[in-house]
Design a protein around this ligand. Structure first.
Ligand code: ADP
Ligand code: MLT
Length: 290
């Protein structure tokens, strides 16, 4: 049976991708340690041994956070947003690796079903919000309406305007009610995104994960950029700020994403030394997103 999008990404790379993007990928050859995004602050990935030891220390902190959340009845919601292949799934996996799946719950909703499409847009997300003692990790979120639904025409302009009209009040209500809301935007460069898609297309397991949205999205890079810029600009509020994580280097991105969450909570036995210092070239606010 032929694959659903057999060769579509390679075709795009060979015939349509911007010259600078193609050149960046070609220059790296097969060297996965070489970072290729224009203007990325590092030339190479973080060394694996260093990454592993930092990650292990941060996962101990996440375990403490989990214990504290359960004992204190805290409610924590973390949104993972970003373009396709930004690394949301892989980052969430590292968050949850040493955590109890009942406490650190994953929410990855598919496209709204018939019934859901007839509800208030936020309704199905509200059902998934954390109860006391829960940490909910959202792999994509209500921000679908502002970006992917808009870019692909799955919602009308009026629906999107209505979303923007409601979202800051919606988030303010959650935060006022005591939910800790952390909004992470994983930012991948155009060259790195395409390189990841090429790897996926050639991998017999991963090629099945390539979706129509991924393939058609390649040509919609600029439309995505406009939608993302507008979204970060309109929804970065004092009560619910965005953390931008530059994610071309998955290792640095995962460490900084965990740091961003730990920084927001005053859990018992917090160890500042284990957390380490934030890398301001990787983790910051919307000013980091170009
Ligand atoms: P993922 O990135 O989660 O692997 P896709 O790249 O296929 O999934 O789709 C990106 C997002 O677009 C998903 O959150 C998906 O639910 C959403 N989406 C896809 N089709 C529709 C649709 N018809 N209406 C609304 N949202 C959709
Ligand atoms: C990601 O890698 O950002 C997501 O987990 C999945 C995807 O890219 O489609």
């Amino acid at each position: 049976m032929p694959l659903p999008f057999d060769g579509a990404i390679t075709d795009y790379y060979e015939t349509e991708a911007p010259e600078a993007v193609r050149a960046a990928i070609a220059r790296a050859g097969g060297d996965r340690n070489r970072l290729i995004g224009a203007g990325f602050p590092y030339a190479r990935r973080m060394q694996k041994a260093h990454y592993k030891s930092r990650l292990a220390a941060l996962q101990v902190e996440l375990a403490k956070l989990q214990r504290w959340a359960r004992d204190a009845g805290a409610r924590v919601a973390v949104l993972f947003e970003g373009r396709d292949a930004a690394g949301k799934g892989g980052t969430i996996k590292r968050f949850r690796a040493e955590m109890n799946p009942r406490i650190a719950r994953l929410v990855a909703l598919s496209a709204p079903s018939g019934r859901e499409a007839m509800e208030w847009y936020f309704q199905r997300y509200v059902r998934q919000l954390p109860a006391a003692g829960e940490i909910v990790l959202f792999d994509r979120s209500w921000y679908n309406r502002a970006v992917v639904e808009h870019v692909f025409g799955f919602c009308t302009a009026a629906e999107r305007a209505h979303f923007f009209h409601q979202v800051t009040d919606f988030e303010k209500m959650l935060v006022d009610d005591g939910i800790v809301l952390v909004k992470l935007w994983l930012d991948v460069s155009r060259a790195e995104q395409l390189r990841r898609f090429l790897v996926r297309e050639r991998d017999p397991v991963k090629q099945w994960k390539v979706s129509r949205i991924d393939v058609e999205g390649l040509r919609l890079w600029e439309a995505y950029s406009d939608a993302i810029r507008e979204t970060l600009g309109r929804t970065h509020t004092a009560k619910a700020p965005w953390c931008v994580v530059r994610s071309d280097d998955k290792r640095r991105a995962r460490l900084e994403a965990i740091r961003a969450v730990l920084a927001r909570l005053d859990y018992a036995h917090k160890d500042a030394e284990a957390i380490g210092v934030r890398d301001p070239t990787i983790l910051g606010g919307p000013e980091l997103w170009r």
